[in-house]
Write a protein that binds this ligand. Structure first.
Ligand code: PMP
Length: 316
């Protein structure tokens, strides 16, 4: 786990020292998982002396939709939330890669399982953050014995706190069996995604990923790769169902997400994928993605929110 190194949090409408950002044990979301969250990254570019937050508006639009599933009206617009991120990061002053966690949650105190008629609050904190998975150029994964939460149970397209008990079951089963991560199938037995990342394969010359109806989280990184594969490599990503055993005969498999970034999967259920080593398509995309998120490719600047460039505006 990353130990908190944050000094501040946005809590109950303002930025406060992190020690003051506390909730009661009676908080509804703590008891029932009735929150929705997101995870963003900020990338430090030492040459630009700038910290770039990746696709904040897209993250906050998804957060707003996740909140809606829980009958929560977001108290801030995506643009206001982006401003809060900037303000928070300016307070922290991190000059390194960071992870940002916004969370909207049912803050009502007391007992009673329901969604309607409960007050909600919003909080956000950030912390320095490097690599999420240790072997991200060659992960060994298994297929989980757990199934992905279903749209008819807890909607997977929402990033809902309670649903992450499902992800935690998947992750721990895999880790305790010696794997780096797991592939999880949906209720009809097709590949959904990894534990906290979307999944892609390169097979027969095509890049393929499960569709949004496969109980995936609609990842911002996944969407980014659609653009980068098309624009930079001339490949249209195909969205279709994937069978578990198709992965065994894929040339390359990889997962993507804000945390894992682009991580190569080189073994599934003890079967080597392709050569069993980092493949050329994933290698190329990893390099490209790193250039994009760090602000080294000006044509993708519109995805980046610089933090320190806003210093003067916020100092007023
Ligand atoms: N699926 C799950 C279950 C996740 O938790 C994440 C991480 N947010 C992803 C996919 C990838 O989404 P994104 O690219 O937006 O980080």
């Amino acid at each position: 786990m990353n130990t908190p190194e944050s000094r501040y949090a946005f809590f109950e409408g303002k930025i406060v020292p992190i020690e003051q950002a506390k909730v009661s044990v009676m908080t509804h979301a703590l008891n029932y998982g009735t929150g929705a969250f997101s995870g963003l990254r900020g990338y430090w570019n030492p040459d630009h002396r700038e910290l770039y937050v990746f696709r904040p508006i897209d993250h906050f639009e998804r957060l707003t939709n996740s909140a809606k599933l829980l009958l929560i009206d977001m108290p801030y617009t995506p643009e206001q939330l982006r401003d809060i991120v900037i303000d928070l990061l300016l307070h922290e002053g991190f000059r390194e890669d960071v992870y940002i966690r916004p969370l909207v949650y049912k803050s009502e105190l007391g007992i009673g399982v329901k969604l309607h008629g409960l007050k909600a609050d919003f909080t956000m904190f950030a912390l320095p953050f490097g690599r999420y998975l240790e072997h991200d150029d060659g992960l060994s994964v298994c297929t989980s014995s757990w199934r992905r939460v279903d749209d008819t149970a807890i909607p997977a397209r929402g990033k809902i706190s309670g649903a992450y008990a499902n992800s935690a079951l998947i992750k721990s089963e895999a880790a305790m069996a010696g794997f780096d991560d797991a592939i999880v199938l949906n209720q009809d037995g097709h590949v959904s995604e990894a534990c906290a990342a979307n999944l892609f394969m390169f097979r027969k010359g095509k890049i393929v990923t499960p569709p949004v109806s496969a109980n995936i989280l609609e990842g911002i990184t996944r969407q980014t790769l659609f653009t980068l594969f098309a624009e930079e490599m001339g490949m249209q990503v195909v969205e279709r169902e994937i069978d578990r055993t198709e992965l065994y005969s894929a040339d390359e498999v990889f997962m993507c997400g804000t945390g894992v970034q682009i991580s190569a999967v080189t073994s599934v259920d003890h079967r080597p994928i392709g050569t069993g080593k980092l493949g050329p398509v994933v290698a190329k995309m990893r390099t490209l993605y790193n250039e994009v998120v760090r602000g080294n490719l000006p044509r993708y600047y519109s995805w980046l929110q610089p933090v320190f460039a806003c210093e003067e505006v916020y100092a007023d």
